[in-house]
Design a protein around this ligand. Sequence first.
Ligand SMILES: NC(=O)c1ccc[n+]([C@@H]2O[C@H](COP(=O)([O-])OP(=O)(O)OC[C@H]3O[C@@H](n4cnc5c(N)ncnc54)[C@H](OP(=O)(O)O)[C@@H]3O)[C@@H](O)[C@H]2O)c1
Length: 174
Amino acid sequence: MDVRHQVLDARGSAGVDDAFAERHGHGFGAEIMGANKFGPPGWQDDPEWKGWWGPTPPFHTPTFVLTHRPRPPIEMDGGTTFHFLDATPAEALEAAREGAEGQDVRIGGGATVVRDFVAAGLVDHMHLVQVPIVLGRGVRVWDGLEALEDAYDIEAVSSPSGVTHLTFTRKAVS
Ligand SMILES: NC(=O)c1ccc[n+]([C@@H]2O[C@H](COP(=O)([O-])OP(=O)(O)OC[C@H]3O[C@@H](n4cnc5c(N)ncnc54)[C@H](OP(=O)(O)O)[C@@H]3O)[C@@H](O)[C@H]2O)c1
């Protein structure tokens, strides 16, 4: 785990959760997300829908939305441009890499997209936060990813807040 420094945010939080959150924000030149992260069911029927985040989304990079109903790109304030792709994970990653200009590409969710990219062997590093709440429904991230531990070094860090941070780092090929 790379905990180089702890930063107090505007609400005064600190500690392990904050250290992980801090790492989330740096070094990314593009984002990939699924259609169900970009909007509510049926957003493709609304030509005015531009995502949840208002005029200045927090990505500040090219952001690639995987959808079976693509539309032309939308340029937002603050450096985010949404591109809509009907493509395989490998094709989407190639497009995002071009947009990232040498920086990392973040796979931002939801569970379906994360699972598909991990299953395709396209993820070098993954950070998952396990929260002790039983929802009892939803999309399962682990389905089809049996024996993931063969390909990744896995670390678990418990936080006093009650969550567990899991990091998966792809093992070097010998
Ligand atoms: N709170 C959050 O930040 C957040 C984020 C994401 C999801 N969620 C919620 O989590 C639940 C599960 O979400 P999810 O796993 O379904 O979300 P998701 O991964 O964001 O979206 C999956 C959808 O993306 C599109 N898609 C995925 N791969 C594609 C490909 N290769 N080519 C073209 N289109 C592709 C498909 O939508 P189409 O066929 O409709 O185009 C697919 O149904 C939902 O209830 C969702 O609302 C919450």
